[in-house]
Design a protein around this ligand. Structure first.
Ligand SMILES: Nc1ncnc2c1ncn2[C@@H]1O[C@H](COP(=O)(O)OP(=O)(O)OP(=O)(O)O)[C@@H](O)[C@H]1O
Ligand SMILES: [Mg+2]
Length: 255
């Protein structure tokens, strides 16, 4: 059966300008759109969400990108887990069956690179019609002790491992924009060379590369034959339109 991977940015479901501040209305609205698609289509669906204001501030405070700090690892994980629980609860309230999957307990990094992800449980959840809800997290690292694993980096790994057919990343902008603020319809490895200078990190607290990091991850995936879309999950109905196959936002593809 076809598999859809949907990432929802922390930029949408949290207020990235403050610390640990969730946008519950947005979480509930997106849950309704996801649950309704899941019910109608019967498709297998994995939800990955970013951390937004729940994890980035702790990871920055303890400088987890520079040094190992056990307390920082603990507090960052506790924070992102809180947001994950809200998303999982909201999906279940909306009528979907959803369960949490924490990268800290199922992934391994080597110098920041994701080298292992236990997916047997995820596969069984999908077989049972459950939506696994994965999130950006702090993860043990063979070299660094621990490092931040972004939701954006989780996408290519699971897309390839589980042979996903549709991948989308919903953020707080209408797509990837050019220098004039116009949404770029399609990005390929070739066109990226020209437009890279216009794509930046995030305007707020973000330790995982913002839009540039996201586009880079998805271009690498496109190079392996899997296209994806970046669109605005902050606008009502856009997640649903993506799920039903409309051409929303920016397409990231090989050619
Ligand atoms: N060329 C560009 N086009 C679109 N957005 C851009 C561009 N350059 C920089 N950005 C910034 O990237 C942000 C989106 O990335 P960001 O990492 O903040 O969100 P996210 O990935 O949705 O959230 P999270 O990282 O918490 O999961 C936008 O809000 C915008 O400020
Ligand atoms: Mg991001």
């Amino acid at each position: 059966m076809s598999l859809v991977i949907l990432k929802i940015g922390g930029s949408v479901i949290t207020d990235k300008g403050s610390v640990s501040s969730a946008r519950k209305d947005e979480i509930d609205r997106i849950s309704e759109e996801v649950a309704s698609f899941s019910r109608d289509s019967g498709s297998n669906l994995i939800l990955v969400h970013g951390a937004g204001s729940f994890g980035h501030p702790q990871a920055m405070k303890y400088k987890l990108d520079e040094r190992f700090d056990a307390e920082g690892v603990y507090l960052t994980h506790v924070s992102v887990k809180t947001l994950n629980s809200m998303v999982v609860e909201s999906l279940n309230r909306a009528g979907a069956h959803a369960l949490p999957v924490h990268p800290l307990s199922s992934c391994l990094l080597e110098n920041g690179k994701l080298i292992e992800f236990q997916l047997s449980q995820v596969k069984l959840m999908l077989e049972r019609g459950i939506i696994p809800v994965i999130h950006g997290d702090v993860v043990m690292d063979r070299i660094k002790g621990a490092a931040v694993l972004s939701g954006d980096r989780i996408i290519p790994y699971i897309a390839l491992a589980l042979n996903a057919s549709k991948i989308g990343a919903g953020s707080d902008v209408d797509g990837v924009m050019d220098a004039d603020g116009i949404v770029i319809k399609k990005i390929t490895p070739l066109s990226f060379a020209d437009m890279k200078k216009n794509i930046r990190g995030s305007t707020s607290t973000d330790v995982t590369g913002g839009m540039l990091g996201k586009v880079s991850e998805l271009l690498e995936l496109a190079g392996k034959g899997i296209s994806s879309r970046i669109f605005n999950a902050g606008r009502k109905g856009v997640v649903s339109r993506f799920l039903y196959g409309e051409d929303v936002g920016t397409l990231i593809t090989d050619k």
